[in-house]
Structures are given as structure tokens and as C-alpha cells.
Design a protein around this ligand. Structure first.
Ligand code: ADP
Ligand code: ASP
Ligand code: MG
Length: 403
């Protein structure tokens, strides 16, 4: 008898028929005698709709209240999934994140899991139930409902798998696994049979939304091996695990495009110690995640331009902060562009191969695509380009490196 944690994403539970499909799959495992914990997302579109409703009232709603609102999406799905299992004669009980013992910090809309005490989950499993847990949510020690960032049901599943010492963790989605790039952009993309935590982490950070980045970070930290696979068929998926020697033979594992970033340029920032610290400290304290940062060299004038990228979702909050910083820091103006895309290539083999960046830049040059910013890590190269050319760039770079 194995203990299995299965996570079903929004498209896998998009309507009652899909929820019944999930219930049949779960019932199949149950019939083999396995214990099953099911983590579900909100039905696809529900979270976005709820955000849209709040934004009709104000562009900057209270983050605590957003968590209260968004947590209702997953709460619908857990009950519907339990009802579908009952119809198949399978004992099942749904739990909110809080009821499942998921305790987080108080950073609303991006809370981090502090600890999990899954007492209720164990008791319900021992009594013969399938336990269905609402993804994406937890509660603070003071009892406030929190959410774990977009795509956070992945994190719920992986954290529960770690806390329950599950034998298997399966992430069910609407694609057969992790591909060399988003198969919606490049139909010829190949499914990877395995990928290392570090590569998956970089791909997720680069916008491959198939897994939430923080969930991969958690899996790496606690050694949770997991499989990404489809809820629509029985094809083997992609195993995500610690790096093995043979993974280094592949220079580029994947290509990703992030369309959800915006670029801010602070023009004519005074060139003196402490200025960058003030800007990024203020953003950090407001839980705005800054990704790429570029500062131009000043030519004689004691002023520089400072550009950075951040999630579009944080832009309204960041704009307000930047306005308050303007007088204090003394830059001339802030230019904002939402029409950017971040294109990245990722692979652990990059550590031992040279010429990768040159090949990427040449490929973009041949397409006439201008590079606005560049950043690299040991196993990733990212560039900021015009959003309108994003998909063409992915196709060209995928062709150049992955055939
Ligand atoms: P879920 O609702 O199941 O959490 P998501 O929509 O969050 O699913 O993630 C699945 C989607 O991720 C796929 O439909 C696909 O378009 C996209 N995607 C982006 N990059 C990749 C990739 N490298 N491999 C597979 N899917 C990818
Ligand atoms: N429903 C949440 C979202 O849309 C969490 C998730 O789907 O993982 O981001
Ligand atoms: Mg997702």
C-alpha cells in the first residue's frame, strides 16, 4: 500500500465532467489499496475572474481581502471533488488548507509555508478516506487565511508530500509533462523524460508556468521526487529529481518565455552609494519581487539609469512606491513598459560548454530581434525583448538549440 499525493490543476477540474474524470482516476488508485491525498486548484478561470471582480472596484485592493476572496476558488473544487468521489462509492472528505494544518507567514498573496501539522489528514486517511485538500492556501498562526502565490497548488502538493512522507507525488495537468518549451508555442517541442530540480527551478523562474517556482524550490530542499503528467491520458510524464551525471551531456534542456513581466527604468538616478539599496529595499519590504537589474555606466555625469523587471501583477504597487521614492532618491522620471518578454534558455550542461550565449544572440540577431537586457546564471541565459516578437524568438531559439 502506497501513500500518494496527487495534484490536479485548474484545467483538470475545469467543469463537473472533468471533476468526475479526476474522481475516476483517484478511485482507480484507491481500488488498488493505495491511500490518496488529492490537492486541487480552482476551476480554470475562476482565480482570474475573482481578481477581475476586485480590480473593478480598485486597482490596489487589500491583500488580506484578496486572499479571503481567492481562497474561495479552491474551496469550491474540494467539495465538488468529494461529491464526485461519493458518487463512485468512495469515502472522501475535503479540507481547507488551514484544516489540513498548513501554517504560513503573514505575507498575503505570496505567503510562505512555515510548517505543516497534518494531524487531520492522517486521521482521515487512517479511517479509510480519500482526503481532498484545497491547494494554494494556508493560514497564519493568528488564523488569517493566506494564499501561496499564483500556481501555488503545486506548492501545497509538494509540501504535503514532504510532510506526509508520501511514496509518490504526481502533478496532473493539461500537458503530458515538461517539454523542451511550451508546446502551445512550438508544437514540435519534445517531452523530457526527466529534468533536474535546478533546471526545473530556472525554467519555472523563466516563465514556464507548468510548475510554480517556489514549489520546485521546496521539492529540492526536501528531496521530493515528483512526476508531471496529464490528467487526460495514462502516458508516462516527466520525473523531476536531483541532477544525475548524464544530464550534463545535454547543453540546453529547455527554452521559456515570460510574458508577465514589466520593465521599469529610473532615469538619471544620482550616482552615489546607497541609492540602489534604498530603491530595492523599499520594493523588497513591500514584497515586490524584482527579477533582472541593469545599471548603465555613467559617462562623466554623476547620474545613471537603473532598469529592472518585476511581475506585472506587482506593477501598481511598485508604481506607488516609486512615486514616493522620486523626491527622496532624486531621479528624473520612471519609464514603465509592459510590452516586454523575457526569453530564457536553461541547461545544466551550460556549465561545461562555451559559446552558448553567442549562439543565442546570433539567432536573435538573424531574426532582427533587439535585446534590451541580459542576465545570466550558471545554467541560464535570459534576455528581455519586445513582447510582440516573443513567440517568434522562442521558435527561432528552440530551432537553433533543440532542433
Ligand atoms: P495547471 O492548471 O494544471 O496548474 P498550468 O496552466 O499552470 O496548469 O501549466 C500548464 C501549462 O504550462 C501548459 O498548458 C503549457 O501551455 C504551459 N507550459 C509552459 N512551458 C511549458 C513546458 N516547458 N512544458 C510543458 N508545459 C509548459
Ligand atoms: N488557483 C490558483 C491560481 O490560479 C492556484 C493554482 O492554480 O495553482 O494561481
Ligand atoms: Mg499551474
Amino acid at each position: 500500500m502506497a501513500l500518494i499525493v496527487q495534484k490536479y490543476g485548474g484545467s483538470s477540474v475545469a467543469n463537473p465532467g472533468r471533476i468526475q474524470n479526476v474522481a475516476r482516476r483517484v478511485a482507480g488508485y484507491r481500488a488498488k489499496g493505495d491511500q490518496v491525498v488529492v490537492v486541487v486548484s480552482a476551476m480554470s478561470g475562476v482565480t482570474d475572474n475573482l481578481i477581475g471582480l476586485a480590480k473593478e472596484i480598485t486597482p490596489l485592493p487589500s491583500e488580506r481581502e484578496m486572499d479571503m476572496l481567492l481562497a474561495t476558488g479552491e474551496q469550491q473544487t474540494i467539495a465538488l471533488t468529494a461529491i464526485a468521489l461519493h458518487e463512485l462509492g468512495v469515502a472522501a472528505t475535503s479540507l481547507t488548507g488551514a484544516q489540513a494544518g498548513i501554517v504560513t507567514d503573514g505575507v498575503h498573496t505570496k505567503a510562505r509555508i512555515q510548517n505543516i501539522t497534518p494531524k487531520k489528514v492522517h486521521a482521515l486517511l487512517d479511517a479509510g478516506n480519500v482526503v481532498i485538500v484545497a491547494g494554494f492556501q494556508g493560514e497564519t498562526p493568528e488564523g488569517h487565511i493566506t494564499t501561496l502565490g499564483r500556481g501555488g497548488s503545486d506548492l501545497t502538493a509538494i509540501a504535503l508530500a514532504a510532510a506526509l512522507k508520501a511514496d509518490l507525488c504526481q502533478i496532473y495537468t493539461d500537458v503530458d509533462g515538461v517539454y523542451t518549451t511550451d508546446p502551445r508555442i512550438v508544437p514540435g517541442a519534445r517531452k523530457l523524460s526527466e529534468v533536474s530540480y535546478d533546471e526545473m527551478l530556472e525554467l519555472a523562474g523563466a516563465g514556464a508556468k507548468v510548475m510554480q517556482g517556489r514549489s520546485v524550490e521546496f521539492a529540492k530542499k526536501f528531496g521530493v521526487v515528483f512526476e508531471v503528467r496529464s490528467s487526460m491520458n495514462d502516458n508516462p510524464g516527466t520525473i523531476v529529481k536531483e541532477e544525475t551525471r548524464s544530464m550534463e551531456d545535454v547543453v540546453i534542456r529547455g527554452v521559456a518565455l515570460d510574458k508577465n513581466q514589466a520593465k521599469v527604468t529610473l532615469v538619471a538616478v544620482p550616482d552615489r552609494p546607497g541609492v540602489a539599496a534604498r530603491v530595492f529595499k523599499a520594493l523588497g519590504e513591500a514584497a515586490v519581487n524584482v527579477d533582472m537589474i541593469v545599471q548603465n555606466i555613467s559617462h562623466g555625469v554623476p547620474a545613471t539609469d537603473l532598469s529592472f523587471t518585476l511581475d506585472k501583477a506587482d506593477l501598481a504597487k511598485a508604481r506607488r512606491l516609486i512615486d514616493t521614492l522620486k523626491a527622496d532618491v532624486g531621479f528624473r522620471e520612471a519609464l514603465v513598459s509592459e510590452q516586454i518578454g523575457k526569453l530564457s534558455i536553461v541547461g545544466v550542461g551550460m556549465r561545461s560548454h562555451s559559446g552558448v550565449a553567442a549562439k543565442m544572440f546570433e539567432t536573435l540577431a538573424r531574426e532582427g530581434i533587439n535585446i534590451e537586457m541580459i542576465s545570466t546564471s550558471e545554467i541560464k541565459i535570459s534576455v528581455v525583448i519586445d513582447l510582440a516578437r516573443g513567440e517568434a524568438a522562442v521558435q527561432a531559439v528552440h530551432r537553433a538549440f533543440l532542433g
